[in-house]
Design a protein around this ligand. Structure first.
Ligand SMILES: [Fe+2]
Ligand SMILES: [Fe+2]
Length: 358
């Protein structure tokens, strides 16, 4: 399908957008029931991995990805109600990186809600991030939807506090992939207790949108596309009619449905990760529903990066992936099917090349 068709489809579905054709934006739409007074949109930018080199020097390419996403978010018309930032502002948790990232992010118009990523956390255990941005788990209500933000990248106390000779070493170890000395992410008992209390206050027909950095499901352990207590968190979400979990960390399009819970990932503004199936070092449990996107072309520095625009209507989310050097994608909740569906590539016969490659 041509870019212009994609764009027309996108404009039709996303109600609003933009003058330019292929923005790297992810817009999420939340949808309500019939009696819903209003639908709304928000934007979701994630995983910028701002990397300090020395002095005032930062890796230019990662800076540019974030700057571009913010410029495009600011052009949205109508304005999104707010923006989520999905975690991993920094690469190695340094103050310089968080400061530089937040300086770039300060150009965003409107409110931004932040999610903690492991790259923001494992140097000083989130102290500087919290000082700048506030608590790492919280909730709020917006136009009838209850939003919950969790810090899903915690791990065992022994690994965090007793294992490493320095904070830098701990950060480096958590940043490595396929690390036999690594440790799985988890939300943890204290936050699960908090979540239970938070959810006790709202009725079961309130649409819930839960933000985490890692997927609250188990996909691939070696890269922490995994949250160890995912099932326990899911159990707390289960009594609600409509639940959407939005997560960063994986730097690729993933979606899934487990019972009443829809899962949607966000793209990174920094770089793409390969799909686990391309790297068979361990069992991977990529949701069968997910149609892999075509992966990075090494000749385009922004290929397979982007951001999202999200529509919320009827209490579910429609995620519009805006991918500057790749084909835009829309993954929207399909009420008939009862799960998220890729608007173009879901059916096997529609998976035109190169969508079958990754
Ligand atoms: Fe990341
Ligand atoms: Fe991450």
């Amino acid at each position: 399908m041509s870019k212009s068709l994609n764009r027309r489809e996108f404009l039709k579905r996303g109600s609003a957008l933009l003058a330019a054709g292929s923005l790297p934006l992810s817009l999420v739409e939340v949808a309500f029931g019939k009696n819903s007074p209003e639908n709304f949109t928000f934007a979701y930018v994630s995983d910028s991995h701002i990397t300090h080199v020395k002095g005032k020097e930062f890796v230019r390419n990662w800076d540019r990805g974030l700057i571009r996403a913010i410029a495009e978010t600011n052009l949205l018309d109508p304005r999104p109600d707010f923006v989520f930032y999905g975690g991993d502002i920094a690469q190695l948790g340094k103050r310089e990186e968080i400061d530089h990232g937040l300086e770039i992010l300060s150009a965003l118009r409107g409110d931004v809600h932040y999610v903690m990523g492991e790259h923001d956390y494992y140097l000083d255990l989130g102290d500087y991030w919290r000082k700048q941005l506030g608590p790492d788990h919280y909730s709020f209500d917006h136009k009838g939807v209850h939003f919950v933000v969790l810090n899903s990248i915690l791990t065992f106390d022994e690994w965090t506090h007793d294992k490493w000779p320095s904070a830098e070493e701990r950060m480096h170890q958590m940043a490595r992939l396929d690390n036999p000395q690594g440790s799985p992410f988890m939300v943890g008992q204290a936050q699960r207790d908090w979540l239970k209390k938070d959810l006790d206050k709202i009725s079961k027909d309130t649409p819930l949108v839960v933000l985490s950095h890692s997927p609250l499901q188990k996909i691939y352990k070696g890269w922490n596309f995994w949250t160890d207590d995912a099932e326990q968190v899911q159990a707390l979400l289960k009594p609600f009619n409509k639940v959407s979990v939005l997560y960063g960390h994986v730097h690729q399009i993933q979606y899934n449905q487990i019972g009443n819970i829809s899962f949607n990932s966000a793209m990174a503004t920094a770089w793409p990760w390969p799909y686990p199936a391309s790297y068979k070092q361990a069992a991977s449990y990529m949701p069968k529903l997910t149609v892999d996107m075509n992966r990075a072309n090494p000749f385009f520095e922004r290929d397979a990066t982007g951001w999202q625009f999200i529509n919320t209507h009827t209490g579910n989310v429609d995620v519009h992936y805006l991918l500057p050097d790749n084909t835009n994608r829309v993954v929207a909740y399909d009420r008939k099917a009862g799960h998220p569906v890729d608007s173009e590539y879901q059916a096997a016969e529609d998976r035109i090349p190169p969508q079958t490659h990754y």
